[in-house]
Ligand binder design. Structure first.
Ligand SMILES: N[C@@H](CCC[C@H](N)C(=O)O)C(=O)O
Length: 281
């Protein structure tokens, strides 16, 4: 079977996009997706994203596999690439088109902006322990600045779900965190039944954060959109940063705003096409 694909990235968080608009289910298995993500034996990517037919009132459905073949509920950089891919497919590049995208985290609304940027209404953050999910507090409590023992030391963590789960730690120097050594230990900690994405945040000033991330199912990546949103929410809960903050990631900057008016989190950042090709599976 021959399948066309296009590769995009959002600040170096890279994805293989597949036009699957006529189907309800992905045309590749999770094992096939995992092979395509391999940086030596495949195309190389942090995930594979499928544009599927709509569910309910939505325009399209997004499904994604991480590079290890697991399926997350949502992907922030991925949904900007998804919107840009749709704009390219539909010839809407220079419009302010809004798409209603059905995801496993509910309906998410990306809007095209100028210069390949996309603003996404990422919806409301989930803060209760049962919603993350985590056993770090009783089900109806929030996990804010709570102690977690990982890799032989105590970390003060805050947990936020943007549809997918995040554990955020504020540190003096994000660069100094040995992510490659400790990231997997956070991801697989027994306090997180669905595993966890882990962010380390250095507050440079109240509206500017530096972030490094270990993603569930993908390891260290150059950027994580849901992680940047969750980190700004965590910073507000800990009175570390403003509701509107720039988050600098290894791959570049995202603008995040947790709106006081509607409680939704808005993310603005680029989505860049890399190349197109054809697979034979
Ligand atoms: N890179 C993404 C998040 C992708 C999903 C994540 N690895 C998970 O398993 O939850 C983003 O930009 O949000």
């Amino acid at each position: 079977m021959k399948i066309k694909f296009t590769k995009y990235h959002g600040l170096g968080n890279d994805f293989i996009l597949i036009d699957n608009r006529n189907d309800h289910t992905p045309c590749l298995t999770s094992e096939q997706a995992m092979k395509l993500c391999d940086r030596h034996f495949g195309i190389g990517a942090d995930g594979v994203i499928f544009v599927l037919s709509p569910v309910g009132e939505s325009d399209y459905t997004m499904r994604i596999y991480n590079s290890d073949g697991s399926e997350p509920e949502m992907c922030g950089n991925g949904i900007r690439c998804f919107a840009q891919f749709l704009a390219d497919l539909e010839g809407k590049e220079n419009s302010n088109q809004v798409y209603n995208i059905h995801t496993l985290a509910g309906t998410i609304r990306p809007q095209l902006q100028e210069e390949n940027k996309v603003t996404v209404n990422m919806g409301q953050p989930y803060l209760l322990a049962q919603e993350i999910p985590t056993t770090l507090a009783s089900p109806q409590e929030k996990v804010v600045n709570q102690s977690l023992f990982v890799a032989d030391q105590n970390w003060q963590v805050t947990c936020v779900s943007m549809g997918n789960p995040h554990c955020i730690t504020f540190v003096e120097n994000a660069e100094a965190i040995p992510l490659e050594k400790i990231g997997a230990e956070f991801e697989h900690h027994s306090a997180f039944p669905k595993l966890i994405n882990t962010e380390f945040i250095e507050v440079v000033q109240r509206d500017y954060l530096k972030m490094r991330v270990w993603e569930r199912g993908a390891g260290i990546t150059l950027a994580c959109g849901t992680g940047a949103c969750a980190s700004v929410v965590a910073g507000v809960l800990n009175d570390k940063n403003d509701r509107a903050s720039t988050v600098e990631l290894p791959g570049g900057c995202l603008e995040i705003h947790w709106s006081q008016e509607d409680n939704n989190v808005y993310m603005t950042g680029p989505a860049t096409k890399v190349f197109s090709g054809q697979l034979e599976v």
